[in-house]
Design a protein around this ligand. Structure first.
Ligand SMILES: [Zn+2]
Length: 182
């Protein structure tokens, strides 16, 4: 029977005689893999989705930023300025929710993932910090910046969309870091 090795950092499960040199998901060293006993099922050891606060909170930035851009394009296409104003308020919601998502993510990192110093966690913290900074710049620029400054508003919103895209990509790696069971 094939041995199963679990990454203690992210929960990734590797099948084979020995653990991989580095975890393909989070990059943890092979010394951080543990051999799973035969009677342990994947369901029992699954670390993901047991604490739901962070997955819930990240829906605000991850879900709203694409809608912000949808509204902006619809405003440009149909000349409905109410849509642009709605987009502005959504940027406000994202900017308020992002620190809560970051805090809950750090909490999960410290509890579920043991505060392991893997690059994926630092990348996520850095991206969330950039997201918060860009949101904090975008809002006053749009309100007080005047017509000549609005290009920076759109640059901030472009960066924010990139941040939530990458954050979702890395978050998905952590939440679903197990092989498909054939
Ligand atoms: Zn891992």
């Amino acid at each position: 029977m094939t041995k199963q090795w679990q990454c203690t950092v992210c929960g990734y499960i590797h099948e084979g005689d020995a653990p991989p040199v580095n975890c393909p998901v989070c990059g943890a060293d092979r010394s951080l893999f543990v051999l799973l006993e035969a009677e342990q099922t994947v369901a029992e050891t699954a670390p993901a989705l047991q604490l739901h606060l962070h997955p819930i909170l990240v829906h605000f930035p991850n879900g709203l930023m694409p809608v912000v851009w949808l509204f902006l394009f619809m405003d440009w296409g149909f000349n409905r300025s109410a849509l642009a104003e709605g987009a502005f308020w959504m940027v406000g919601v994202v900017t308020l929710a992002a620190p809560l998502a970051l805090a809950s993510g750090i909490y999960d990192w410290k509890t579920r993932f043991g505060g392991e110093k893997a690059p994926i966690f630092y990348r996520k913290i850095a991206l969330a910090s950039v997201l918060i900074i860009l949101g904090s710049l975008a809002l006053p620029i749009h309100l007080y910046g005047g017509a000549g400054m609005q290009v920076f508003y759109y640059l901030c919103l472009t960066g924010m969309l990139g941040c939530v895209g990458l954050l979702g990509f890395y978050g998905g790696k952590l939440a679903f870091s197990r092989p498909s069971r054939q």
